[in-house]
Ligand binder design. Structure first.
Ligand SMILES: NC(=O)c1ccc[n+]([C@@H]2O[C@H](COP(=O)([O-])OP(=O)(O)OC[C@H]3O[C@@H](n4cnc5c(N)ncnc54)[C@H](OP(=O)(O)O)[C@@H]3O)[C@@H](O)[C@H]2O)c1
Length: 389
């Protein structure tokens, strides 16, 4: 898409714009990253911009070059991820930039995948002025899910919950609608739209009969894969809202579960049971959805399944919606995460506190996930294969 070519735009501002463009496709590009690109002409004016909108579609650089046309010659490409150097479902971006006569490439984050990496080197070898690392932390934060999935060889997992200030998810009589405000609930739909998959346990499926689709007004959104972890295939019955066809669904069951009643209603995957524990093996579940192209998971609970994910060290980020209300009794937000004593408390670092109507949204990252380098500033260390962008 063409941009107005008025005043020159600094490279930092162009990168900020490219990061914002990339974010438009969150939830739509997996197994690929989100990428944004701005083309500056030889005088530094923005003459083209683009983003990678979906896997298999043109890369951000190609979209931006098309918009810029001949004005790209002698100009600068500002791109959030190192241009790829391989032919996948589309051709290499490094070559497209050379063909367009780009003189300088500024990228934020190095591509950590063996198949795609090397674009910066190829461009430099061809005489292009190449600089990496501009606004790398911001750009990596925008690609956090994909970068983490490349590093860990499993999807990035964001656990989301809603609770009262005293950590309850329902009252003593079981009523729970609604704990948080419409603003907070709308924000959850945004999280769903940005995720590749939403996962709930059989307890939540049984109690709430949730639809789990992303519902946002006036927005073109990509629907996540809805996954119910239902070991004995007894929670999701014909007529369940999660089977309504508004988004794809997957029911994860044990190898010996009787699933005849789900015939033709939803795909079923059989997984091993958790060793010595309850339910299904969490890592097998994550490997299964990773194999289906899922790079980001929104774990929506409930408390039992969240505890199992935390005990399996499979939560990368936590988003808690806290309502300024007290219940004094009722189920807690988390049960049995394998923590028995205060010294074992899972400590988190708060990365953001945001007000949503009357509620607070607290975003936090488990400290050991930082230590393991799963955070956004760890690009370049992954060794996973990179499916063709
Ligand atoms: N406030 C919130 O943010 C929020 C969000 C979601 C849910 N909720 C509430 O939470 C309640 C449900 O929570 P819940 O704790 O009862 O159920 P849950 O966490 O949704 O589901 C737990 C069930 O998942 C199955 N499961 C499969 N694999 C497992 C594993 N590896 N480890 C543990 N469980 C596994 C187990 O049953 P099987 O093995 O028999 O399948 C287990 O009983 C509902 O009342 C719902 O409204 C609140």
């Amino acid at each position: 898409m063409a941009t107005s070519a008025a005043a020159p735009l600094g490279e930092r501002d162009a990168m900020r714009r490219a990061i914002a463009l990339a974010a438009r496709a969150l939830g739509a590009t997996s197994p690929n990253p989100v990428v944004g690109c701005v083309i500056l002409d030889a005088r530094g004016r923005a003459v083209g911009e683009g983003w990678h909108a979906q896997a298999g579609g043109p890369h951000a650089e190609v979209v931006a070059l098309r918009a810029a046309g001949e004005r790209a010659r002698g100009g600068t490409a500002v791109v959030t991820l190192e241009p790829c150097n391989h032919t996948g479902r589309t051709g290499p971006c490094a070559q497209a930039l050379l063909d367009a006569g780009i003189a300088r490439v500024v990228y934020a984050v190095a591509d950590p995948t063996p198949a795609a990496t090397g674009g910066a080197g190829a461009l430099a070898d061809a005489g292009v002025d190449v600089e990496g690392g501009l606004l790398a932390d911001e750009a990596a934060a925008g690609n956090e899910a994909w970068l983490t999935s490349m590093l860990r060889h499993r999807p990035f997992v964001l656990w989301k919950y809603a609770a009262t200030l005293d950590g309850r998810t329902a009252a003593a009589d079981g009523t729970s609608r609604w704990i948080t405000s419409p603003e907070a609930r709308a924000d959850v739909h945004r999280l769903r739209a940005e995720a590749d998959a939403v996962i709930v346990g059989s307890g939540t499926a049984r109690t709430d009969d949730p639809q789990l689709s992303a519902r946002l007004p006036d927005t073109e959104i990509s629907q996540p894969l809805r996954v119910v972890v239902d070991t004995t295939a007894t929670a999701v019955r014909p007529g369940a809202r999660v089977l309504d066809g508004t988004a794809p669904t997957l029911i994860a069951v044990a190898e010996d579960a009787e699933v005849g009643h789900l015939d033709g209603l939803a795909p079923v995957v059989r997984l091993p049971r958790a060793a010595g524990g309850r339910g299904l093996d969490i890592h097998a579940l994550l490997a299964e959805v990773y194999g289906r192209g899922v790079r980001s998971v929104l774990l929506e609970g409930g408390a039992t399944l969240a505890g199992a994910f935390l005990a399996a060290d499979a939560v990368d980020k936590v988003v808690g919606y806290l309502a300024p209300a007290l219940l004094g009794a009722g189920p807690a937000v988390l049960t049995d995460a394998g923590i028995g004593t205060i010294s074992q408390a899972l400590r988190l670092d708060v990365s953001e506190v945001h007000r949503l109507g009357p509620d607070l949204r607290v975003t936090a990252v488990p400290r050991h996930q930082h230590a393991a380098g799963a955070g956004p500033s760890a690009p370049g260390r992954a060794a996973a294969s990179h499916p063709a962008r």
